[in-house]
Design a protein around this ligand. Structure first.
Ligand SMILES: [Zn+2]
Length: 168
């Protein structure tokens, strides 16, 4: 028995010997599980902020303190960005549904920018405290390549030099 999404439909697989009542009960159970699974893969802004604080504590000695962390849909060429002046971090909604350790990497990357601007050796030394940083960069490069997006990992900084991002 299973339930999965196929485009905008949900497909529920059940054995044919079930009674009508059992069938309805199983459909409700399987849909509940599907929603729970999707919720876990699509953290809310509040989940994201909690996660960022935890990652800062665990990998950056708690020194990076974001004022807000949220999803944005209008970030087409970057996975994440931040404004060190006010401590805000934004993550592209394109990351939603990717493995948690990849989303964590982008959070750590942006958190590190709250401490070190640009992509110098000291910046990458900080990011390297997150054990899956290299693997996650490879993952995102693969996604970008598959989607035919720009591959370089450099910042696409605005003229004011305040915003940094992981290009994707
Ligand atoms: Zn960056």
């Amino acid at each position: 028995m299973s339930a999965y999404r196929d485009g905008d439909k949900v497909v529920v697989m059940l054995p044919s010997r079930l009674s009508k009542a059992e069938e309805e009960q199983w459909i409700a159970t399987l849909l509940g599980r599907l929603e729970e699974r999707e919720r876990r893969r699509r953290p809310s802004d509040a989940d994201l902020e909690t996660r960022a604080r935890e990652l800062s504590r665990r990998h950056l000695g708690g020194r990076a303190v974001p004022s807000s962390v949220r999803w944005v849909a209008n970030q087409r060429t970057r996975w994440g960005s931040c404004t060190p002046d006010d401590g805000t971090i934004r993550l592209s909604t394109r990351l939603r549904g990717m493995p948690a350790w990849v989303v964590d990497y982008v959070l750590v990357h942006e958190l590190a920018h709250l401490l070190v601007p640009g992509h110098g050796a000291d910046f990458w030394a900080l990011v390297a405290h997150y054990p899956k940083a290299e693997r996650a960069r490879g993952y995102l490069e693969g996604v970008a390549a598959a989607a035919n997006l720009p591959l370089d990992d450099s910042d696409d900084e605005l003229a004011d030099g305040l915003r940094h991002g992981v290009a994707g």
